[in-house]
Design a protein around this ligand. Structure first.
Ligand SMILES: Nc1ncnc2c1ncn2[C@@H]1O[C@H](COP(=O)(O)OP(=O)(O)O)[C@@H](O)[C@H]1O
Ligand SMILES: [Mg+2]
Length: 255
């Protein structure tokens, strides 16, 4: 279980300048195997929080525990999934080499990498495309390669920061279905950041709505008891959407 306790983060923008507190007093527990969406307006501090969970940034105050052990730096137990697959994948490696890359740097030889790479390429439906290079794959396929690579190193937690924001609407929908299928098949904990209410409601077990920054916190954490697959056309989906949007709208930056 991931526990975030009274977490704060301040940035000093200029040497000698005053610190700006971006996050103030975040308290949250995310259970093993849970799909948690962090929903907030642009600039409220979602990426900052995810980077702290990843261990890329340190908290200014508070604690962050994974199964009771403090998180202080990046680790194999948490993997970050990047929005831009082109920046995340190595263009000179094939799909299967990209998926096996994390295992290679862990020191596994080809024979030990092969079955893991096969399993996850099949899981994301790209086994037949294993010898293609990223430039030969569509945006959605590249994202699936990135998912396979993340899963291959067997992390407990997948941290995703607006991962599908750059995809077209149809591919994005397909990726949601794909991600939910993979999540159900692997039982990973997912922390997924988005500013899109509909995306959060299609995916999440629970949605954490953030307040606007600075001093951003969690305004509400809502369980989403709708059965999956979720249909945005369903009246209950519509009601939930309206409720969540009403929480989020006052937090949007007014410029
Ligand atoms: N490294 C940094 N140094 C200074 N300020 C930062 C840094 N990273 C983020 N910020 C500020 O923190 C706030 C939250 O940013 P961010 O976490 O990227 O928001 P979001 O992902 O919700 O759009 C913004 O005001 C941003 O300018
Ligand atoms: Mg962000």
């Amino acid at each position: 279980m991931l526990a975030i306790r009274r977490l704060e983060k301040s940035f000093v923008l200029r040497r000698g300048g005053a610190a700006v507190r971006v996050l103030a007093g975040i308290d949250l527990e995310i259970g093993d195997g849970e799909f948690f969406c962090l929903l907030g307006a642009s600039g409220c501090g979602k990426t900052t929080l995810l980077n702290i969970l990843a261990g890329f940034e340190t908290a200014s105050a508070g604690a962050l525990l994974l199964d009771g052990v403090p998180i202080t730096r990046a680790g194999r137990d948490r993997v970050v999934f990047f929005q831009n697959a082109d920046a995340a994948l190595f263009p000179w490696l094939t799909a299967e080499e990209n998926v096996g890359f994390g295992l290679r740097i862990q020191g596994l030889d080809r024979a030990r990498r092969a079955p893991v790479v096969e399993r996850f390429l099949k899981l994301v439906g790209l086994w037949d495309d294993r010898q293609k290079f990223p430039r030969q794959l569509s945006g959605g396929m590249k994202q699936r390669i990135q998912i396979a690579r993340a899963l291959a190193i067997d992390p407990a937690i997948l941290l995703m920061d607006e991962p599908f924001a750059a995809l077209d609407a149809i591919t994005r929908r397909l990726m949601h279905t794909e991600l939910l299928r993979i999540w159900a098949a692997t039982g990973k904990t997912v922390v997924f950041v988005t500013h899109d209410v509909s995306e959060a409601l299609v995916l999440a077990d629970r949605v954490g709505v953030m307040t606007r920054g600075p001093n951003a916190g969690l305004k509400a954490v809502l369980p989403i008891p709708l059965p999956r697959p979720r249909d945005p056309g369903n009246p209950r989906f519509g009601e939930t959407f309206a409720r969540v949007e009403a929480l989020l709208l006052p937090e949007a930056q007014s410029g």
